[in-house]
Design a protein around this ligand. Structure first.
Ligand code: PLP
Length: 446
């Protein structure tokens, strides 16, 4: 039955309705039923979120690595309102268009690495990757090579939850959610040699593309091995395989450059984007294509280009994205991400000295991780994952972040909004220091 807005006022009612009617995305479903929602958020400002009781917490992962410009930006609300009032929706199918999508597409072409000048819009990262997989296969079909259809990704990768995106995800628990996946997806270890030997054993004539996050996010913020992407680019060129960079997290300043792949000095053939493109204020994603692919699509597609979402190029999302990019530029947030990222890494290194359970630490821009270990010298883990205890403890002190425990990991991950200041970084580190101390005490008592 419908719940009239405003009728439900008390907290316990909200908790009960949440349990009964709202199946949460990627959630500990039993715990949600037993304990109810941890926070019911109501407001955001900068790096902070406030719940309906007024409790204020640092949003240490920019919610889902996406609120790059921070919370509470009225300018974005205004941009959305104006666009909605003027033209809330019109189709971009066929030969229809509108100014927000055109302007955003052109703006993104200015920001991307050389030669990546055309975008296909989606509503988010999963749709972007599914689009990329269909596009590369379509592309090879147009080249007269329809048998080039296999997609290679990396172990520990995350590419989303649509059917293709799940199938490309190296993290097994995400694939194990369901029983039947899309065919022709394969996962390799993160070395050039592993990629090359896989291609040689399968046959390059059967492979469409290789996809990789410049920095693996959900898998635990893993930086690539030295020279990895240079080798990947060379191998892809050598075997005529397209290289898709999944920039869903790393795009729009997260790593201290506009796109993550720029850190490694190579240019992919396609890039998937989402998240930071609107800082989460409206759903939007896209696949950015090289001029060569775009030209080939134009020349060789007979009849219609048979792929499009109702919300491909949603005018309100595009207007929000334009304002978001305006703010990123005006406030030099890409540069701030680089500088504050260094400050965050310094803080992690200090925590490493202070705490026996802090092992390897790493960060690139405002994307960082702390390994939790039993023994620093050998990097041996505890018998059970400790990061969930730390995450829970941090929450009590007013810091939200995430623990990664997939496939034997025990890792804390961080990605605060790009607007974070030096003082706020120090605050985050201090809260983490308290949480680590509390958990170390618990472990001593056990
Ligand atoms: N690709 C990467 C690298 C991601 O981190 C994510 C989401 O976290 C996705 C794709 C999926 O994006 P979405 O959740 O918007 O579908």
């Amino acid at each position: 039955a419908a719940v009239e807005q405003g009728m439900i006022s008390t907290y316990s009612e909200l908790i009960e309705l949440d349990k009964k009617h709202f199946l949460h995305p990627t959630s500990p479903i039993k715990q949600q039923q037993e304990k109810g929602a941890t926070f019911i958020f109501d407001k955001g400002e900068g790096i902070y979120l406030k719940d309906i009781h007024g409790n204020k917490v640092i949003d240490g992962l920019s919610s889902l690595w996406n609120v790059n410009i921070g919370h509470g930006r009225e300018e974005l609300g205004k941009a959305a309102m104006e666009q909605m009032a003027r033209l809330g929706f019109s189709s971009c199918f066929a030969t229809f268009s509108h100014e927000p999508a055109i302007r955003l597409a052109a703006k993104i072409a200015e920001l991307t690495p050389e030669g990546l000048n055309t975008i296909f819009f989606t509503s988010g990262g999963s749709e972007s990757n599914d689009t990329a997989f269909k596009l590369v296969r379509h592309y090879w079909k147009l080249q007269g090579k329809p048998e080039k259809k296999k997609i290679i990704s990396r172990k520990r990768s995350y590419h989303g939850v649509a059917m293709g995106a799940t199938s490309a995800t190296g993290l097994k628990p995400f694939r194990d959610f369901t029983t039947s996946l899309a065919p022709d997806f394969y996962y390799v270890e993160s070395t050039g040699a592993a990629l090359r030997s896989f291609i040689e054993s399968e046959g390059a004539e059967t492979i469409a593309a290789f996809i990789s996050e410049p920095i693996q996010g959900t898998g635990g913020v893993h930086l690539p091995p030295q020279n990895y992407f240079k080798e990947v680019r060379e191998i892809c060129d050598e075997y005529d395989i397209l290289f898709i960079a999944d920039e869903v997290i790393t795009g729009f300043g997260r790593t201290g450059t506009y796109f993550g792949i720029e850190q490694f000095g190579v240019i992919p053939d396609l890039m998937s984007v989402a998240k930071g493109i609107t800082s989460g204020y409206a759903p939007l994603g896209g696949v950015i294509l090289s001029e060569k692919i775009h030209q080939d699509l134009i020349e060789k597609t007979e009849g219609l280009f048979m792929h499009g979402y109702t919300y491909s190029g949603h005018p309100v999302s595009c207007a929000v994205a334009l304002k978001n990019i305006d703010i990123i530029e005006r406030e030099s947030l890409v540069e701030n991400s680089r500088v504050m990222g260094e400050e965050m890494l310094k803080g992690f290194k200090w925590l490493q000295q202070e705490h026996s359970i802090v092992g390897e630490v790493r960060a690139l821009g405002l994307m960082g991780a702390i390994e939790i270990v039993k023994n620093k010298q050998t990097a041996q883990r505890f018998d059970k994952p400790i990061s969930p205890l730390i995450v829970e403890e941090s929450m009590k002190y007013g810091l939200i972040h995430r623990g990664v425990i997939y496939e034997g990991a025990d890792t804390l991950i961080f990605a605060p909004p790009l607007v974070i200041s030096k003082e706020e970084i120090h605050k985050m580190i201090n809260l983490l220091d308290k949480a680590l101390t509390a958990v170390e005490k618990q472990l001593e008592l056990e």
